[in-house]
Design a protein around this ligand. Structure first.
Ligand code: HEC
Length: 159
């Protein structure tokens, strides 16, 4: 291969690698992304509360199970909710996505995959029917799944 062709091949490979990191097309898109991100995070908060209600004897097993199953889906789509160029506060301005998400993308993905694994473990525990195991899996997801990512990548906006 001539060096000219080789550099062309290298550029093409780089472009393929960058596709996963696609940015935003317009300001309109940015607002929509921020809204969907916040809505999804809030939904996750509600789902986790449904499991807590079951643990506290204030809710049924069936809604706890469907909430936990939903958590496996919502945690799974987190990477799509954070395209490049969407750092900053969410629509109601309580929290912001830290720029570290994009400078440390692989670490962010690790935190996200950890949350997915722990949501899956929560479903397994709920299906197993041992409340002690559900309590442990619930605490593990909250602290080491959701909480670990928030500590590193989420910022509370002081008002
Ligand atoms: C891989 C990282 C990551 C994981 C995992 C994660 N979050 Fe978040 N979450 C964020 C970031 C970043 C923000 C701030 C950005 C935003 O709110 O738009 C946030 C914001 C939130 C908010 C605030 C939304 C609001 O009202 O403004 C809630 C609630 C929330 N997350 C719940 C959860 C729950 C519950 C889980 C676990 C089931 C979870 N998150 C898992 C990164 C994560």
């Amino acid at each position: 291969m001539s060096s000219f062709i080789r550099s062309r091949v290298r550029i093409a490979a780089m472009m393929v690698a960058l596709v996963g990191f696609s940015g935003l097309a317009s300001g309109q898109d940015r607002a929509a992304v921020l809204k969907e991100r916040q809505d999804t995070m809030k939904e996750q908060g509600k789902d986790l509360k449904n499991v807590k209600a079951y643990l506290d004897g204030k809710g049924e097993l069936a809604p706890a199970k469907s909430s936990a199953t939903n958590l496996t889906k919502t945690t799974n789509k987190i990477p799509d909710l954070f395209p490049r160029g969407t750092e900053g506060p969410n629509p109601t301005g309580d929290y912001a996505a830290k720029p570290a998400i994009w400078t440390d993308w692989n670490k962010f993905l690790d935190a996200q995959k950890t949350a997915v694994a722990k949501a899956n473990a929560l479903v397994v525990a709920l299906n197993g029917g041992d409340k002690g195991a559900v309590q442990a899996a619930y605490a593990d997801l909250g602290k080491n799944g959701c909480g670990a990512c928030h500590t590193t990548f989420r910022e509370k906006i002081e008002k």
